[in-house]
Write a protein that binds this ligand. Structure first.
Ligand code: AMP
Ligand code: MG
Length: 470
C-alpha cells in the first residue's frame, strides 16, 4: 500500500521537532481499522488491517518522516515551558484524494526526547477509549481528531498494575496547539513564531492575512467548538493549552466524559481536584486559553499598545459568538429554529429543573421528541409546568420534531459502556467495542436493536471518575 505523504511540518525549522523513529514493539496485533476513515484518506482498509506492524510503527510506510513535535503549555493553569510529544509521533501528512491534508500520528509509539520520566507507551484502555470517543464525536458532528486504527503491542506496561500495551493511529487536520505557539513565544523566538503563523494560516485559515485575523479565526472556531461540546454534555476534562488545537478540532481524549445526570459543576477527571475543567467552566477556560494564544501573537504585531487593544478586542468578541452558537444549538434541541427573545430563558428554565432533578442530559433532550422526557424526573411536576410553556412556543415552529431528532442524539458513548468495552477487550473480547462503535456511528437514529446502549447507568453502574490514561 502506498500512502501519499507531503510532510510540510517536517520542513519547518529544526527546532520545531525532534526526528525520532517509533520504538518497535514485541508483537503487533490488530484491534481495529476504521474503514470509512481509511477510504476518506484514500487508503485501502484491508491493506491496513493486514499490516499490524505498520499500525504500531514497527514498519514505517514509505514517505513517512516521523517527528516528535515540540510544545509547551499551561497545565491546570501552571506554566510548563516544555512538554512535547512524549508518547506520540507525527508520521507525516497524508494528502487525501480530494487534496485535503491530514496528520497521521501514532500514540503510544515509545519514548522520545520529550518523554521526561514517562515510558512513551499507552495501554489498551485509553487507546480504546480514544477510539470510541473520538469516532463518536465525529459522528455527532463535532470537529475532532479521529481514530484510523488501533493495535496491541504484545507487551505489558506498568500503570496501576500490569496492562496490555496498545498503539493508536490518529488522524487530525493538524496537531498544532496553543502550546506550540507558547513554546516559541516563551523562548522569544520571533522567527519561529512568524514561521508557525504562516504555516497555520496557509494550512487552516487561508482567508486570514495577518496575525490579528488569525486570532479572530481561531477564537471563532474555538467558541463554536465549545458550544457544541456543551450541547452534547461533553466534558473534555483536561483543557490545558497544550490540549487545545488551533485548527478548532477536539483533541486529547484523556479523562473526558459525556455527562449522565445534568449538573453544570460536573467533573469526572480524577486529577481535576478543584473543578477547573468542570462542564460549566469550559467556555471560560477556552477564553483563558485564547488569551494565552493572543499573548503569543503580540511580538508579531509591532506597535505594542494598539496591538494589545486589537487582540483584546478580538477576545472580547468571544462571548457573543459562543452565546449565539449556544443559543442556536439549544434552540434546536428543543425544536426551535426561529427567534424569540424569551427562548434563552425557556432553555435555562429547563436546564435548572434538570439540574435540580439530576435528570439525564441526553435522555431528557431526546425524550422531548418522543414524549419520554418526564420519566427522567423523579418529580415530573416542574417538568410538566415547563412543558406547557414549551408546547405553546413550538406550536408556531414548522417541524420541531425533525429538528429535535437531528439535534438530540439517542446514543452517546456512556462512560459505563466504554469501561465495559475496555474490560471485555482486556480479556480478549472485542465484541462490545465493535458493537459500541457500530451503534455510535449513527447516534441520531433510533436503533431498536441497541436500546440497552441508550439507557442511563443504574446507580451501581455509574462511572464517577475517569483517568488520564497515560
Ligand atoms: P496529556 O496530559 O495527555 O496532554 O500529556 C501531557 C504531556 O505528558 C505530554 O507532553 C505527553 O507527551 C506526556 N506524556 C503523557 N503520558 C506519557 C507517557 N506515558 N510517556 C511519556 N510522556 C507522556
Ligand atoms: Mg495532550
Amino acid at each position: 500500500m502506498t500512502i501519499r505523504f507531503d510532510n510540510s511540518y517536517a520542513r519547518l525549522p529544526d527546532r520545531f521537532f525532534v526526528r525520532q523513529a517509533p520504538v518497535p514493539v514485541a508483537a503487533p496485533a490488530l484491534i481495529a481499522v476504521n474503514e470509512d476513515l481509511a477510504r476518506r484518506l484514500g487508503l485501502d482498509p484491508a491493506a491496513l488491517a493486514s499490516d499490524p506492524a505498520l499500525l504500531t510503527g514497527n514498519r514505517l510506510p514509505e514517505g513517512a518522516e516521523p517527528i516528535a513535535q515540540a510544545y509547551a503549555g499551561h497545565q491546570f493553569g501552571g506554566w510548563v515551558p516544555q512538554l512535547g510529544d512524549g508518547r506520540a509521533l507525527l508520521l507525516g501528512e497524508v494528502i487525501a484524494p480530494d487534496g485535503a491534508r491530514f496528520d497521521l500520528a501514532l500514540k503510544g509509539s515509545g519514548q522520545t526526547a520529550f518523554s521526561r520520566r514517562g515510558d512513551g507507551r499507552a495501554w489498551v484502555g485509553p487507546v480504546i477509549r480514544e477510539y470510541i470517543l473520538s469516532e463518536a464525536m465525529s459522528a455527532l458532528g463535532v470537529p475532532t481528531t479521529r481514530a484510523l486504527a488501533a493495535a496491541t503491542t504484545g507487551e505489558t506496561i506498568l500503570r496501576e498494575g500490569p496492562r496490555p500495551g496498545a498503539v493508536l493511529m490518529r488522524v487530525a487536520s493538524s496537531h498544532i496547539r496553543v502550546g506550540t505557539f507558547q513554546y516559541f513565544a516563551a523562548r522569544q523566538d520571533r522567527d519561529a513564531l512568524a514561521a508557525l503563523v504562516a504555516h497555520v494560516i496557509a494550512r487552516h485559515y487561508p482567508q486570514a492575512d495577518r496575525p490579528l485575523a488569525l486570532m479572530g479565526a481561531v477564537m471563532e472556531r474555538q467558541a463554536r467548538l465549545i458550544a457544541r461540546w456543551m450541547a452534547l454534555g461533553f466534558i473534555h476534562g483536561v483543557m490545558n493549552t497544550d490540549n487545545m488545537a488551533v485548527s478548532g478540532e477536539t483533541i486529547d481524549y484523556g479523562p473526558c466524559a459525556f455527562m449522565d445526570g445534568y449538573d453544570p459543576r460536573k467533573v469526572y477527571s480524577s486529577i481535576d481536584q478543584f473543578g477547573r475543567y468542570a462542564y460549566g467552566n469550559q467556555p471560560n477556560i477556552a477564553l483563558w486559553n485564547l488569551a494565552q494564544f493572543a499573548s503569543c501573537l503580540l511580538p508579531l504585531m509591532g506597535e505594542e499598545e494598539p496591538a494589545i487593544a486589537a487582540l483584546t478586542g478580538v477576545l472580547d468578541g468571544f462571548p457573543a459568538i459562543y452565546e449565539g452558537e449556544w443559543l442556536r444549538l439549544f434552540r434546536a434541541k428543543i425544536g426551535i429554529t426561529t427567534d424569540d427573545p424569551g427562548d434563552g430563558e425557556l432553555i435555562e428554565t429547563l436546564l435548572t429543573r434538570m439540574a435540580a432533578a439530576g435528570a439525564d442530559f441526553t435522555r431528557t433532550f431526546r425524550g422531548l421528541g418522543n414524549g419520554l422526557a418526564a420519566a427522567e424526573f423523579t418529580d415530573p411536576a416542574p417538568f410538566r409546568a415547563w412543558e406547557r410553556d414549551w408546547r405553546a412556543r413550538i406550536a408556531a415552529e414548522p417541524d420541531p420534531w425533525a429538528v429535535m431528532a437531528g439535534a438530540n442524539p439517542a446514543f452517546i458513548p456512556r462512560n459505563h459502556r466504554v469501561e465495559e468495552a475496555i474490560r471485555a477487550a482486556v480479556s480478549g473480547d472485542l465484541g462490545p467495542f465493535r458493537r459500541l462503535n457500530r451503534v455510535l456511528a449513527r447516534p441520531y437514529e433510533d436503533q431498536p436493536g441497541a436500546l440497552d446502549l441508550a439507557l442511563a447507568p443504574l446507580p451501581d453502574e455509574e462511572v464517577r471518575r475517569t483517568f488520564c490514561g497515560t
